[in-house]
Design a protein around this ligand. Structure first.
Ligand code: CU
Length: 164
């Protein structure tokens, strides 16, 4: 009996991890400045706590700017080739699906080297320490960067156990 209650409780917790959007925050990148030149996105991100399930909305003039999601190496070097993803159209919302670092830059002309680049560090959803979102004392129940697949397969495993 106690075991099944624990099972249900842990299943519920995993569902919370898998569907945290109820408590998600949407951040408009650059606030009223949007995604544009002459803005310090490092300063903008500093002091903000980004959690799994939160979203970033980039608002920009699609004639002048785009959004590339890139890896750290390409971010550091403003390398425009081989982005993970490319977004255009002027209004791009990206969901932060997992804990870890996200890197964005504008691939137009020299905009990246002129400062149109954003690094976001996403804390575990349940992290209660906003000042150290990437600390090593993250609760063990939090999903790891590579744990997202494990979480979703865990749901189906629990589901199978409960049904079967
Ligand atoms: Cu640009």
């Amino acid at each position: 009996m106690a075991k099944s209650i624990a099972l249900v409780a842990s299943s519920f917790f995993i569902l919370l991890l898998a569907f945290p959007t109820v408590f998600a925050t949407d951040f408009t990148v650059g606030d009223s400045s949007g995604w544009a030149l002459k803005f310090d996105y490092t300063a903008w991100a500093k002091g903000k706590t980004f959690k799994v399930g939160d979203t970033l909305t980039f608002k920009y003039n699609p004639s002048f700017h785009q959004v590339n999601e890139v890896n750290k190496c390409n971010y550091d070097g403003c390398n425009l080739s081989n982005p993970t993803k490319n977004y255009k159209g002027g209004n791009t919302t990206i969901t932060l699906f997992e804990e870890g670092c996200y890197y964005f830059l504008c691939p137009i002309d020299d905009h990246c080297s002129e400062g149109m680049k954003l690094e976001v560090i996403v804390a575990a959803y349940s992290s209660g320490s906003p000042s150290t979102p990437y600390s090593t004392t993250t609760p063990s129940r939090a999903p790891t960067k590579n744990g997202t697949v494990g979480v979703s397969s865990g749901v189906s495993q629990f589901h199978g156990t409960l049904v079967g």
